[in-house]
Design a protein around this ligand. Structure first.
Ligand code: XMP
Length: 507
């Protein structure tokens, strides 16, 4: 999407860099991450932001920048933390190294009127995370803000170059978004970012690449693969959408996915491989082994069905691209990598046959794109569901009986969340099985049955999660219905564990 005059964010390695991209997009402009070595790839940006980073500018292998090339863009530049220190050096100043890190809140005190701090009140809280500080400044540099101790925390150089020592992208910097917006207002030729423009460009791009070839894609009923399939359909290409039923789905899920795709006018091919999956899993109780079996079998079933693909489309998202580039390893990215980087796909990739049209979007933008494609809110609002399905909600070995029990408990819980208007307020919710038998009384008889755990969390990106304080009446009715209706369960527990240390799934 280089023709859009966008904001180039140069990644110097800070853990917050991805957030800068997010914030700029929230402000309505397209932003993309680049390595500082790749200035030639940027094209003509509307503004440039230099991120923070873990290194000290005094280290021999500290990342550098081609300053002449940066100046040649002739656009506003903002250096954040490490970015500001680097700019100060490039402008002929220096940086004082320190191994003591300042971490936490500081008060921002603008020292003069500058557009960067327009509308920002004195002593607004900003978030620091640095050890080095700028010292000797070039005569043309101006200190435009200090902290409460009078230490410079923001500089301005000629040619609309700005530096800030704090992180505007984190919510602990209370006016951070406004400061970023003030910076972007300096850019004369930034174009607003509309998902509709994106949609149009994506469709044109897909048509140009695919032509009359057939495109294969796997669908799970989840948001990413659904939006992908509908986007392909909208582009008018020949789509073959394959849905693998691995026997680990929720109650009626295969039928729901079928009917959802039917509503959207996309035909899907359902492969019932549940028998194969369940027999491969029989007696296996090690979580990692279970995951491996499911992952490998999925790949086998999928490619046995597809045979030779002319083209393959994948729902890879921007965070996956960034993560694999920076080698960060979350569980989800490792699993995805497992599916998306098998030899068959690498081979297709080398032949230019892999299409990843969502690779520049964040999850919430995929939802926006889905809405722009006319996908119904109930489909776009479905909770995330893990690839290994109910297997990770059933500690120990899985079998039909256990899976059926989970399905019934889950359906009751999700039904209650919807009835009470809580489904859309939580990020993810489910019922799982605790395969431990405890004693109870059902009717007049002693019972000796398993327990179910209910889990409902809010999260932004699944890296952290909080349990949800659901209304007692919702939990009461869910428990009552499960205990009355589900054979095999005589105890209902509500999981009040945050992530970390607990994960969202039990395995
Ligand atoms: P955890 O359990 O790691 O889950 O806190 C974080 C999020 O990732 C989902 N999840 C998976 N998604 N394949 C997926 O596609 C997987 O193997 C997998 N494992 C966990 C989980 O549902 C939650 O949303």
């Amino acid at each position: 999407m280089q023709e859009i005059n966008h904001v180039a964010v140069l990644d110097f390695g800070s853990q917050y860099t991805q957030l800068i991209v997010r914030r700029v997009r929230e402000l309505g402009f397209f932003a993309k991450l680049y390595s500082p070595e790749d200035l030639a790839e940027i094209g003509s940006p509307g503004a440039v932001i230099l991120s923070g980073g873990p290194k000290s500018t005094s280290e021999a292998d500290a990342p550098d920048i081609d300053f002449d090339r940066l100046k040649a863009f002739e656009v506003p530049v903002l250096g954040v933390c490490y970015g500001m220190q680097l700019l100060n050096i490039k402008f002929g100043g220096s940086v004082k190294a320190s191994n003591k890190r300042e971490y936490g809140a500081a008060a921002l005190r603008p020292t003069c009127h500058d557009d960067l701090f327009e509308g920002i009140s004195n002593d607004s809280q900003v978030w620091m995370s640095h050890s080095d500080t700028v010292q000797d400044l070039h005569p043309d540099a101006e200190v435009i803000a200090t902290n409460q101790h009078g230490t410079p925390v923001s500089l301005r150089w000629p040619g609309r170059f700005f530096g800030i020592q704090f992180h505007p992208e984190v919510t602990h910097s209370h006016d951070g978004l406004r400061i970023l917006n003030n910076f972007l207002l300096q850019a004369k030729n930034l174009q607003p970012f509309h998902i509709e423009d994106f949609k149009r460009e994506m469709i044109e791009g897909i048509r140009a690449r695919v032509g009359s070839k057939q495109v294969v894609c796997g669908v799970s009923g989840g948001v990413d693969s659904t939006v992908l399939a509908v986007l392909l359909k909208e582009a008018g290409v020949k789509v073959r959408a394959i849905f693998v039923d691995n026997g680990l789905l929720r109650k009626d899920e295969a039928a729901v996915v079928q009917s959802n795709f039917h509503r959207m006018g996309v035909d899907i091919e359902t492969i019932d491989a549940s028998e194969e999956f369940l027999s491969a899993l029989a007696g296996k109780d090690d979580p990692e082994e279970k995951r491996k079996i499911i992952g490998n079998l999925f790949i086998k079933v999928f490619w046995d069905t597809v045979g030779d693909a002319e083209m393959l489309a994948q729902g890879t998202l921007y965070p996956d691209v960034i993560e694999s580039a920076s080698n960060a390893k979350s569980k989800a990215s490792v699993i995805k990598t497992h599916h998306n980087r098998v030899p068959k796909i690498l081979e297709l990739q080398a032949q230019g046959k892999v299409l990843e049209p969502l690779a520049e979007l964040f999850k919430d933008e995929v939802r926006e794109l889905g809405a722009a494609l006319g996908i119904a809110p109930d489909i776009l609002g479905r909770h995330p569901f893990p690839g290994p399905g109910l297997a990770v909600r059933c500690p120990g070995a899985v079998d039909r009986e256990r899976l059926d029990i989970i399905r019934e408990c889950d359906a009751i819980f999700i039904g209650k969340l919807k009835e009470f208007g809580w489904y859309d307020r939580v990020w993810q919710a489910y019922a799982g099985l605790i395969p431990v038998k405890t004693v109870g009384v059902k009717g007049d008889e002693r019972s000796y049955e398993w327990a179910t755990n209910l889990r409902a969390v809010i999260s932004e990106d699944a890296m952290t999660a909080e349990w949800v304080d659901l209304p007692a009446q919702l939990l009461r009715e869910t428990s009552q219905d499960i205990l009355n209706e589900v054979k095999g369960i005589n105890r209902v527990l509500y999981d009040i564990s945050t992530k970390p240390p607990a994960s969202i799934e039990w395995e």
